[in-house]
Design a protein around this ligand. Structure first.
Ligand SMILES: [Mg+2]
Length: 302
């Protein structure tokens, strides 16, 4: 049997090192997941009232009119967790629904949707960092689903050529696995942090830097930057001399501000060679979000 020729893009060796950290909800996709609250009506009676993540961002501090059922936030966020007795993560189910609605034109893409597509096509490293509480595997499978449903055959071919290029130039491999194996390997290099997951919380309690009073998203971002540095240093000393940039996008202004401060006060000092960019995607009318360069001297077209 004649094997289909596998394209390899060796030019990835000369590329800049650009990596991305993505919030998921309302940044990549508008998900159908609901937060189960109670709302106080004009008659003073509390009634069940489920809201979207976008609405929740607006009403979360309005405690006079909104509250979790039985005063229990875990109950409010039940759709944001994975349970051992369910065959498929709610996150995966909701991602499929969100992608179907998007592809049929029913809902618009999130502001960073195209950036994730481009990141996958280029085969760059990324992290998903979300306030949800799912298992990392659920986030990874959602990215796989995104690739399956969103990438065109041309996108996929380009991605595979790039992934093989990275494998040859950085991992020094001479023969490649099947497309599925190489794509799996790529997915395994990325980070999937749902910061209210109990395992994540335990890990952070163990490894978190209490002196810096990091919040969970900050901790997850530091982990990704260290992860990227670790991978690059394994590929040879020269890699770390090249410009490296890390982008972070989130539609929650509170997160954007906390991360901006954290980068200025902690990460910029620890990683002076890295350029950090923040994309504030809180205004859905601004494609790709409002870009803030937090640190890094050079602008090389991030
Ligand atoms: Mg969000």
């Amino acid at each position: 049997m004649v094997r289909h020729a596998q394209k390899v893009n060796d030019r990835v060796a000369d590329r800049d090192f650009k990596y991305y950290i993505f919030d998921w909800d309302d940044n990549i996709l508008h998900m159908p997941t609901r937060i189960h609250l109670e709302r106080k009506g004009p008659d003073g009676i509390w009634k069940p009232h489920a809201v979207s993540t976008a609405v929740f961002a607006v009403v979360r501090n309005d405690r006079a009119h909104y509250r979790p059922p039985h005063g229990n936030w875990e109950e409010a966020f039940v759709e944001f967790r994975d349970f051992a007795d369910t065959p498929e993560s709610q996150f995966l189910i909701d991602t499929r629904t969100a992608l179907q609605k998007l592809l049929s034109g029913e809902t618009p893409p999130g502001p960073s949707f195209e950036k994730l597509r481009e990141t996958l096509r280029e085969g760059r490293l990324f992290a998903i960092v979300t306030a949800r509480g799912h298992e990392p595997s659920a986030l990874r499978e959602a990215v796989r689903l995104f690739a399956e449903m969103v990438l065109t055959p041309e996108d996929r071919e380009e991605m595979m050529a790039n992934l093989r290029g990275y494998r040859r130039c950085f991992d020094k491999v001479k023969t490649f696995g099947s497309d599925e194996e190489e794509f799996d390997y790529y997915l395994s290099l990325n980070r999937y942090h749902a910061v209210t997951n109990p395992q994540f919380q335990k890990w952070m309690a163990r490894e978190g830097n209490a002196a810096q009073a990091e919040n969970a998203k900050q901790f997850a971002i530091r982990d990704f930057v260290e992860h990227v540095i670790r991978i690059l240093s394994q590929t040879g000393a020269d890699s770390l001399k090249r410009p490296i940039s890390v982008g972070f996008s989130d539609d929650d202004l509170g997160n954007v501000q906390a991360v901006e401060t954290y980068i200025q006060e902690v990460l910029a000092e620890r990683f002076p060679g890295i350029k950090f960019c923040i994309y504030d995607t809180s205004d859905p009318t601004v494609a790709d979000g409002r870009k803030v360069i937090v640190s890094g001297q050079m602008d090389f077209g991030f």
